[in-house]
Design a protein around this ligand. Structure first.
Ligand SMILES: NC(=O)c1ccc[n+]([C@@H]2O[C@H](COP(=O)([O-])OP(=O)(O)OC[C@H]3O[C@@H](n4cnc5c(N)ncnc54)[C@H](O)[C@@H]3O)[C@@H](O)[C@H]2O)c1
Length: 361
Protein backbone atom coordinates (compact mmCIF):
# COMPACT_ATOMS: atom_id res chain seq x y z
CA UNK A 1 0.00 0.00 0.00
CA UNK A 2 1.44 3.39 -0.98
CA UNK A 3 0.96 6.24 1.51
CA UNK A 4 0.79 9.89 0.45
CA UNK A 5 0.86 12.99 2.68
CA UNK A 6 -1.57 15.62 1.55
CA UNK A 7 -1.88 19.02 3.15
CA UNK A 8 -5.45 20.31 3.12
CA UNK A 9 -5.89 24.07 3.10
CA UNK A 10 -9.68 24.53 2.82
CA UNK A 11 -9.55 28.29 3.50
CA UNK A 12 -12.58 30.57 3.51
CA UNK A 13 -16.16 30.78 2.20
CA UNK A 14 -17.01 27.81 -0.03
CA UNK A 15 -13.41 26.51 0.25
CA UNK A 16 -14.18 24.03 3.08
CA UNK A 17 -17.40 22.86 1.36
CA UNK A 18 -15.70 21.92 -1.91
CA UNK A 19 -12.56 20.56 -0.19
CA UNK A 20 -14.74 18.12 1.78
CA UNK A 21 -16.02 16.71 -1.54
CA UNK A 22 -12.45 16.21 -2.80
CA UNK A 23 -11.57 14.30 0.38
CA UNK A 24 -14.68 12.15 -0.07
CA UNK A 25 -13.58 11.30 -3.61
CA UNK A 26 -10.03 10.49 -2.44
CA UNK A 27 -11.42 8.07 0.17
CA UNK A 28 -13.19 6.25 -2.66
CA UNK A 29 -9.98 6.21 -4.72
CA UNK A 30 -8.12 4.77 -1.75
CA UNK A 31 -10.82 2.05 -1.28
CA UNK A 32 -10.66 1.09 -4.93
CA UNK A 33 -6.91 1.25 -5.58
CA UNK A 34 -5.50 0.51 -2.12
CA UNK A 35 -3.54 3.75 -1.52
CA UNK A 36 -3.39 5.53 1.80
CA UNK A 37 -3.93 9.29 1.81
CA UNK A 38 -2.86 10.92 5.06
CA UNK A 39 -4.35 14.38 5.51
CA UNK A 40 -3.11 17.25 7.64
CA UNK A 41 -5.27 20.36 7.72
CA UNK A 42 -3.96 23.91 7.90
CA UNK A 43 -6.01 27.11 8.34
CA UNK A 44 -5.20 29.61 5.56
CA UNK A 45 -6.62 32.98 4.53
CA UNK A 46 -9.24 34.77 6.62
CA UNK A 47 -9.62 31.88 9.09
CA UNK A 48 -5.86 31.94 9.74
CA UNK A 49 -5.86 35.73 10.21
CA UNK A 50 -8.63 35.34 12.73
CA UNK A 51 -6.77 32.62 14.62
CA UNK A 52 -3.10 33.60 14.24
CA UNK A 53 -3.08 37.16 12.87
CA UNK A 54 -1.46 36.03 9.60
CA UNK A 55 -2.85 34.45 6.40
CA UNK A 56 -0.21 31.70 6.46
CA UNK A 57 1.93 30.63 9.42
CA UNK A 58 5.65 29.96 8.85
CA UNK A 59 5.01 26.56 10.38
CA UNK A 60 2.44 25.89 7.65
CA UNK A 61 5.05 26.55 4.98
CA UNK A 62 7.40 24.07 6.69
CA UNK A 63 4.65 21.48 6.87
CA UNK A 64 3.78 22.07 3.23
CA UNK A 65 7.37 21.32 2.26
CA UNK A 66 7.12 17.97 4.05
CA UNK A 67 3.97 16.92 2.17
CA UNK A 68 3.54 15.37 -1.29
CA UNK A 69 0.99 17.96 -2.43
CA UNK A 70 -1.42 20.64 -1.23
CA UNK A 71 -5.16 20.72 -1.86
CA UNK A 72 -6.19 24.34 -1.56
CA UNK A 73 -9.87 25.41 -1.40
CA UNK A 74 -10.12 29.20 -1.69
CA UNK A 75 -9.29 32.28 0.34
CA UNK A 76 -11.00 35.64 0.63
CA UNK A 77 -13.18 37.27 3.22
CA UNK A 78 -15.05 40.58 2.78
CA UNK A 79 -13.95 41.58 6.30
CA UNK A 80 -10.40 41.97 5.00
CA UNK A 81 -11.25 43.63 1.67
CA UNK A 82 -9.52 46.94 2.50
CA UNK A 83 -6.70 47.05 -0.14
CA UNK A 84 -4.55 49.20 2.17
CA UNK A 85 -4.75 46.65 5.00
CA UNK A 86 -1.46 44.95 5.91
CA UNK A 87 -2.91 41.45 6.32
CA UNK A 88 -5.09 39.99 3.58
CA UNK A 89 -6.33 36.40 3.05
CA UNK A 90 -4.87 36.27 -0.49
CA UNK A 91 -1.36 36.57 0.98
CA UNK A 92 -1.60 32.86 1.88
CA UNK A 93 -1.57 31.86 -1.78
CA UNK A 94 1.23 34.23 -2.76
CA UNK A 95 3.39 33.03 0.15
CA UNK A 96 2.80 29.37 -0.74
CA UNK A 97 3.53 29.90 -4.44
CA UNK A 98 6.64 31.98 -3.76
CA UNK A 99 7.89 29.95 -0.76
CA UNK A 100 7.52 26.64 -2.58
CA UNK A 101 8.89 27.82 -5.95
CA UNK A 102 5.64 27.04 -7.78
CA UNK A 103 6.33 28.92 -11.00
CA UNK A 104 4.00 27.15 -13.44
CA UNK A 105 0.25 27.50 -13.30
CA UNK A 106 -1.68 24.95 -15.36
CA UNK A 107 -5.30 25.57 -16.25
CA UNK A 108 -6.98 23.04 -18.52
CA UNK A 109 -10.05 24.24 -20.43
CA UNK A 110 -12.22 21.41 -21.63
CA UNK A 111 -15.86 21.24 -22.68
CA UNK A 112 -17.77 18.03 -22.33
CA UNK A 113 -20.70 17.30 -24.64
CA UNK A 114 -23.03 16.91 -21.66
CA UNK A 115 -22.45 20.42 -20.28
CA UNK A 116 -22.15 22.27 -23.56
CA UNK A 117 -25.54 23.88 -22.86
CA UNK A 118 -24.02 25.61 -19.77
CA UNK A 119 -21.65 27.62 -21.98
CA UNK A 120 -22.74 31.16 -22.89
CA UNK A 121 -21.16 30.60 -26.33
CA UNK A 122 -22.78 28.84 -29.28
CA UNK A 123 -22.41 25.03 -29.00
CA UNK A 124 -20.92 24.77 -32.50
CA UNK A 125 -18.15 27.21 -31.50
CA UNK A 126 -17.12 25.46 -28.27
CA UNK A 127 -17.69 21.79 -29.11
CA UNK A 128 -14.37 19.94 -28.90
CA UNK A 129 -12.57 22.65 -26.91
CA UNK A 130 -9.61 21.05 -25.13
CA UNK A 131 -6.60 23.21 -24.36
CA UNK A 132 -4.36 24.03 -21.43
CA UNK A 133 -3.03 27.43 -20.44
CA UNK A 134 0.42 27.40 -18.86
CA UNK A 135 0.91 30.68 -17.06
CA UNK A 136 4.22 31.86 -15.60
CA UNK A 137 3.39 32.47 -11.95
CA UNK A 138 6.27 33.96 -9.98
CA UNK A 139 7.70 36.66 -12.27
CA UNK A 140 6.53 39.48 -14.53
CA UNK A 141 4.71 42.64 -13.61
CA UNK A 142 3.19 41.29 -10.39
CA UNK A 143 6.64 40.88 -8.84
CA UNK A 144 8.91 43.36 -10.71
CA UNK A 145 10.39 46.27 -8.77
CA UNK A 146 10.08 49.25 -8.51
CA UNK A 147 6.41 49.07 -7.68
CA UNK A 148 5.19 52.15 -5.90
CA UNK A 149 3.16 55.33 -6.03
CA UNK A 150 4.18 58.88 -5.20
CA UNK A 151 3.11 62.49 -5.52
CA UNK A 152 4.76 64.02 -8.57
CA UNK A 153 4.70 67.57 -9.95
CA UNK A 154 1.77 66.47 -12.14
CA UNK A 155 -0.19 64.96 -9.27
CA UNK A 156 -0.41 61.31 -8.20
CA UNK A 157 1.84 58.89 -10.08
CA UNK A 158 2.51 55.15 -9.85
CA UNK A 159 4.84 52.61 -11.42
CA UNK A 160 4.84 48.84 -11.88
CA UNK A 161 7.71 46.97 -13.51
CA UNK A 162 7.47 44.09 -15.95
CA UNK A 163 10.65 42.09 -15.59
CA UNK A 164 11.70 38.67 -16.90
CA UNK A 165 15.04 36.88 -16.91
CA UNK A 166 16.23 34.23 -19.35
CA UNK A 167 16.04 31.31 -16.83
CA UNK A 168 12.51 32.31 -15.79
CA UNK A 169 11.31 32.20 -19.38
CA UNK A 170 13.29 29.07 -20.28
CA UNK A 171 11.84 26.94 -17.47
CA UNK A 172 8.21 27.82 -18.24
CA UNK A 173 8.81 27.19 -21.95
CA UNK A 174 10.13 23.71 -21.19
CA UNK A 175 7.03 22.95 -19.12
CA UNK A 176 4.85 24.01 -22.07
CA UNK A 177 6.77 22.03 -24.67
CA UNK A 178 6.84 18.90 -22.48
CA UNK A 179 3.08 19.10 -22.04
CA UNK A 180 2.58 19.65 -25.76
CA UNK A 181 4.64 16.57 -26.54
CA UNK A 182 2.08 14.48 -24.63
CA UNK A 183 -0.84 16.25 -26.31
CA UNK A 184 -1.49 17.47 -29.86
CA UNK A 185 2.03 18.87 -30.26
CA UNK A 186 1.16 22.52 -30.72
CA UNK A 187 2.35 25.43 -28.56
CA UNK A 188 0.88 28.92 -28.83
CA UNK A 189 3.16 31.47 -27.17
CA UNK A 190 1.23 34.61 -26.23
CA UNK A 191 2.97 37.95 -25.84
CA UNK A 192 2.85 41.62 -26.82
CA UNK A 193 6.09 41.61 -28.81
CA UNK A 194 4.99 44.55 -30.96
CA UNK A 195 5.25 46.81 -27.89
CA UNK A 196 7.12 45.23 -24.98
CA UNK A 197 10.81 44.33 -24.63
CA UNK A 198 9.98 41.58 -22.13
CA UNK A 199 7.73 40.07 -24.81
CA UNK A 200 10.50 40.21 -27.42
CA UNK A 201 12.75 38.30 -25.00
CA UNK A 202 9.86 35.87 -24.35
CA UNK A 203 9.42 35.27 -28.09
CA UNK A 204 13.15 34.81 -28.69
CA UNK A 205 13.41 32.18 -25.94
CA UNK A 206 10.23 30.46 -27.20
CA UNK A 207 11.97 30.06 -30.59
CA UNK A 208 15.18 28.77 -28.97
CA UNK A 209 13.21 26.25 -26.91
CA UNK A 210 11.21 25.11 -29.94
CA UNK A 211 14.48 24.18 -31.67
CA UNK A 212 14.96 21.53 -28.95
CA UNK A 213 11.52 19.99 -29.64
CA UNK A 214 11.47 19.40 -33.41
CA UNK A 215 8.12 17.54 -33.36
CA UNK A 216 6.27 20.46 -31.76
CA UNK A 217 4.78 23.30 -33.79
CA UNK A 218 5.21 26.77 -32.27
CA UNK A 219 3.08 29.80 -33.15
CA UNK A 220 3.20 33.31 -31.70
CA UNK A 221 -0.03 35.18 -31.05
CA UNK A 222 -0.36 38.70 -29.66
CA UNK A 223 -2.33 38.79 -26.42
CA UNK A 224 -5.12 40.97 -27.81
CA UNK A 225 -5.66 38.63 -30.76
CA UNK A 226 -5.52 35.64 -28.40
CA UNK A 227 -8.30 37.11 -26.25
CA UNK A 228 -10.44 37.23 -29.38
CA UNK A 229 -9.58 33.70 -30.58
CA UNK A 230 -10.36 32.18 -27.16
CA UNK A 231 -14.03 33.03 -27.51
CA UNK A 232 -14.26 32.93 -31.29
CA UNK A 233 -12.29 29.80 -32.09
CA UNK A 234 -11.29 28.01 -28.86
CA UNK A 235 -10.75 24.68 -30.61
CA UNK A 236 -7.64 26.03 -32.42
CA UNK A 237 -5.55 25.82 -29.22
CA UNK A 238 -3.64 22.93 -27.67
CA UNK A 239 -1.07 24.44 -25.23
CA UNK A 240 -0.97 28.19 -24.57
CA UNK A 241 2.09 29.51 -22.72
CA UNK A 242 2.12 33.05 -21.46
CA UNK A 243 3.31 35.54 -18.85
CA UNK A 244 1.89 36.06 -15.38
CA UNK A 245 -0.47 38.96 -16.10
CA UNK A 246 -1.60 37.88 -19.59
CA UNK A 247 -2.26 34.39 -18.23
CA UNK A 248 -4.22 35.75 -15.31
CA UNK A 249 -6.58 37.60 -17.64
CA UNK A 250 -6.84 34.99 -20.41
CA UNK A 251 -7.59 32.11 -18.02
CA UNK A 252 -10.54 33.93 -16.46
CA UNK A 253 -11.81 34.63 -19.97
CA UNK A 254 -11.32 30.96 -20.90
CA UNK A 255 -13.26 29.90 -17.77
CA UNK A 256 -16.39 31.45 -19.24
CA UNK A 257 -16.35 28.91 -22.06
CA UNK A 258 -17.11 26.13 -19.57
CA UNK A 259 -20.14 28.01 -18.27
CA UNK A 260 -19.13 28.34 -14.62
CA UNK A 261 -16.04 29.19 -12.62
CA UNK A 262 -16.99 26.22 -10.45
CA UNK A 263 -16.06 23.73 -13.19
CA UNK A 264 -12.42 24.70 -13.64
CA UNK A 265 -9.41 23.04 -12.00
CA UNK A 266 -5.84 24.27 -11.76
CA UNK A 267 -2.38 23.22 -10.62
CA UNK A 268 0.70 25.16 -9.54
CA UNK A 269 3.92 23.24 -10.13
CA UNK A 270 7.62 23.83 -9.51
CA UNK A 271 10.58 21.87 -10.83
CA UNK A 272 9.59 18.42 -12.00
CA UNK A 273 11.36 15.12 -11.34
CA UNK A 274 12.73 12.93 -14.16
CA UNK A 275 9.43 11.01 -14.32
CA UNK A 276 7.52 14.25 -15.00
CA UNK A 277 5.90 14.48 -11.54
CA UNK A 278 6.66 17.03 -8.83
CA UNK A 279 5.36 18.82 -5.78
CA UNK A 280 2.29 20.92 -6.49
CA UNK A 281 -0.56 22.98 -5.13
CA UNK A 282 -4.00 22.18 -6.56
CA UNK A 283 -7.00 24.46 -6.39
CA UNK A 284 -10.16 25.29 -8.28
CA UNK A 285 -9.84 28.61 -10.09
CA UNK A 286 -12.77 30.19 -8.28
CA UNK A 287 -12.54 32.26 -5.11
CA UNK A 288 -14.30 31.95 -1.77
CA UNK A 289 -17.68 33.03 -3.26
CA UNK A 290 -18.98 34.72 -0.09
CA UNK A 291 -22.36 35.26 -1.81
CA UNK A 292 -23.15 31.52 -1.69
CA UNK A 293 -20.92 30.33 1.19
CA UNK A 294 -22.58 28.03 3.72
CA UNK A 295 -25.63 27.42 1.51
CA UNK A 296 -24.56 24.13 -0.08
CA UNK A 297 -24.78 25.71 -3.54
CA UNK A 298 -21.11 25.57 -4.55
CA UNK A 299 -20.13 23.42 -7.51
CA UNK A 300 -17.36 21.06 -6.31
CA UNK A 301 -16.36 19.87 -9.82
CA UNK A 302 -13.41 22.30 -10.18
CA UNK A 303 -12.04 21.12 -6.83
CA UNK A 304 -12.56 17.44 -7.67
CA UNK A 305 -10.87 17.84 -11.07
CA UNK A 306 -7.99 19.65 -9.32
CA UNK A 307 -7.67 16.55 -7.15
CA UNK A 308 -7.41 14.43 -10.31
CA UNK A 309 -4.58 16.74 -11.46
CA UNK A 310 -2.86 16.15 -8.11
CA UNK A 311 -3.12 12.38 -8.54
CA UNK A 312 -1.52 12.67 -11.99
CA UNK A 313 1.10 15.41 -11.61
CA UNK A 314 2.28 15.03 -8.00
CA UNK A 315 1.50 11.45 -7.00
CA UNK A 316 2.15 9.81 -10.39
CA UNK A 317 -1.26 8.03 -10.28
CA UNK A 318 -2.49 8.54 -13.86
CA UNK A 319 -4.96 5.64 -13.85
CA UNK A 320 -6.54 6.94 -10.65
CA UNK A 321 -6.68 10.48 -12.11
CA UNK A 322 -8.49 9.18 -15.20
CA UNK A 323 -10.93 7.30 -12.98
CA UNK A 324 -11.83 10.52 -11.14
CA UNK A 325 -12.18 12.45 -14.42
CA UNK A 326 -14.41 9.71 -15.85
CA UNK A 327 -16.56 9.73 -12.68
CA UNK A 328 -17.09 13.49 -13.11
CA UNK A 329 -17.91 13.07 -16.81
CA UNK A 330 -20.35 10.22 -16.03
CA UNK A 331 -22.09 12.21 -13.28
CA UNK A 332 -22.52 15.19 -15.62
CA UNK A 333 -23.68 12.94 -18.47
CA UNK A 334 -26.26 11.43 -16.09
CA UNK A 335 -27.64 14.94 -15.57
CA UNK A 336 -26.13 15.63 -12.12
CA UNK A 337 -25.77 19.42 -11.90
CA UNK A 338 -25.32 22.04 -9.22
CA UNK A 339 -27.38 25.24 -9.56
CA UNK A 340 -24.69 27.18 -11.47
CA UNK A 341 -24.87 24.81 -14.46
CA UNK A 342 -28.43 23.47 -14.08
CA UNK A 343 -30.74 24.67 -16.83
CA UNK A 344 -34.18 23.49 -15.84
CA UNK A 345 -33.87 22.23 -12.25
CA UNK A 346 -32.86 23.68 -8.91
CA UNK A 347 -29.72 21.60 -9.00
CA UNK A 348 -27.97 19.32 -6.53
CA UNK A 349 -26.32 20.54 -3.36
CA UNK A 350 -22.54 20.56 -3.06
CA UNK A 351 -22.71 17.36 -0.99
CA UNK A 352 -25.06 15.60 -3.42
CA UNK A 353 -22.77 16.47 -6.33
CA UNK A 354 -19.77 15.15 -4.37
CA UNK A 355 -21.72 11.93 -3.65
CA UNK A 356 -22.69 11.65 -7.31
CA UNK A 357 -19.02 11.70 -8.36
CA UNK A 358 -17.76 9.51 -5.49
CA UNK A 359 -20.37 6.84 -6.18
CA UNK A 360 -19.12 6.59 -9.79
CA UNK A 361 -15.45 5.94 -8.83
N1 LIG B 1 -7.56 31.36 -5.46
C1 LIG B 1 -8.34 32.00 -4.60
O1 LIG B 1 -8.42 31.63 -3.45
C2 LIG B 1 -9.15 33.15 -5.09
C3 LIG B 1 -9.38 33.36 -6.45
C4 LIG B 1 -10.24 34.40 -6.84
C5 LIG B 1 -10.79 35.23 -5.87
N2 LIG B 1 -10.51 35.02 -4.55
C6 LIG B 1 -11.14 35.80 -3.48
O2 LIG B 1 -12.49 35.30 -3.32
C7 LIG B 1 -13.34 36.37 -2.85
C8 LIG B 1 -14.56 36.47 -3.77
O3 LIG B 1 -14.11 36.88 -5.07
P1 LIG B 1 -15.05 36.94 -6.36
O4 LIG B 1 -16.46 37.05 -5.92
O5 LIG B 1 -14.47 37.96 -7.24
O6 LIG B 1 -14.81 35.56 -7.12
P2 LIG B 1 -15.44 34.14 -6.83
O7 LIG B 1 -14.79 33.18 -7.74
O8 LIG B 1 -15.39 33.80 -5.40
O9 LIG B 1 -16.99 34.28 -7.25
C9 LIG B 1 -17.41 34.84 -8.49
C10 LIG B 1 -18.84 34.36 -8.80
O10 LIG B 1 -18.80 32.98 -9.17
C11 LIG B 1 -19.61 32.21 -8.30
N3 LIG B 1 -18.87 30.98 -7.98
C12 LIG B 1 -17.54 30.88 -7.69
N4 LIG B 1 -17.22 29.61 -7.44
C13 LIG B 1 -18.35 28.89 -7.59
C14 LIG B 1 -18.65 27.51 -7.44
N5 LIG B 1 -17.73 26.61 -7.10
N6 LIG B 1 -19.92 27.11 -7.65
C15 LIG B 1 -20.86 27.99 -7.99
N7 LIG B 1 -20.65 29.30 -8.15
C16 LIG B 1 -19.40 29.76 -7.93
C17 LIG B 1 -19.80 33.06 -7.03
O11 LIG B 1 -21.00 32.71 -6.37
C18 LIG B 1 -19.78 34.46 -7.59
O12 LIG B 1 -21.07 34.81 -8.04
C19 LIG B 1 -12.46 37.64 -2.87
O13 LIG B 1 -12.04 37.86 -1.54
C20 LIG B 1 -11.29 37.28 -3.77
O14 LIG B 1 -10.13 37.99 -3.43
C21 LIG B 1 -9.71 34.00 -4.15
Amino acid sequence: MTAFNIMLAPGDGIGPEVTAQAVKVLHKVSDRFGHRFQFTEEPVGGVAIERYGTALREEALRRAKGSDAILFGAVGDPRYDDPTGTVRPEQALLKLRGGLGLFANLRPVRISESTIDASPLKPEKVAGTDFIVIRELTGGIYFGRPQRRWLSEDGRAAVDTMHYTEPEVQRIMHVAFRFASQRRKRVTSVDKANVLDTSRLWREIAEETAAQYPDITLEHVLVDACAMHIVNQPTRFDVIVTTNMFGDILTDEAAVIAGSLGMMPSACLGDLREDGTGFGLYEPIHGSAPDIAGQGRANPVGMILSTAMMLRHSLGLSREAETVESAVALALADGCRTADIATDTQGLTTWQMGDAVASRI
